[in-house]
Design a protein around this ligand. Structure first.
Ligand code: 5GP
Ligand code: ZN
Length: 117
């Protein structure tokens, strides 16, 4: 069922507290935690508690929940006093997605290049 926890999903396990994470913010619908392999001084992942494979599936199934994730991305940036930052949803293996529970990367605290690699 869309949105239901998946037994084999690492981020569902973080939501359930079965895998430890450095949680920086929680709401009724989202969790934000530090990436285990940070690519910038601030590198936080914002996820919906509900399991959706990627941002396309989330936006199609529950636009309000997608908005919650974006709102929390801003809140993370505000907490770390970031004026400039990047919000990334890698979508599909070809774009570098390795965990198939939708997550916004919030990256900041250093200069950034464009285009990304
Ligand atoms: P993706 O490559 O799917 O866009 O991003 C997955 C992210 O999850 C990567 O940046 C990776 O470092 C992070 N990650 C993988 N396993 C863990 C974990 O067990 N804990 C945390 N906090 N982050 C993880
Ligand atoms: Zn999941």
């Amino acid at each position: 069922m869309p949105g239901e926890p998946q037994d084999d999903c690492l981020f569902c396990k973080i939501v359930e507290g079965h895998v430890p994470a450095t949680i920086v913010r929680e709401t009724q619908t989202t969790v934000a935690f530090r990436d285990i392999n940070p690519q910038a001084p601030t590198h936080v992942l914002v996820i919906p508690r509900a399991h959706y494979e990627n941002v396309a599936a989330l936006a199609a199934a529950d636009p309000d929940l997608a908005a919650d994730v974006l709102r929390e991305a801003k809140a993370v940036a505000d907490e770390d006093k970031l004026e400039s930052y990047r919000v990334v949803f890698n979508t599909g293996p070809g774009a570098g997605q390795t965990v198939f529970h939708v997550h916004a990367h919030v990256l900041g605290g250093r200069g950034m290049q464009w285009p990304p690699g």
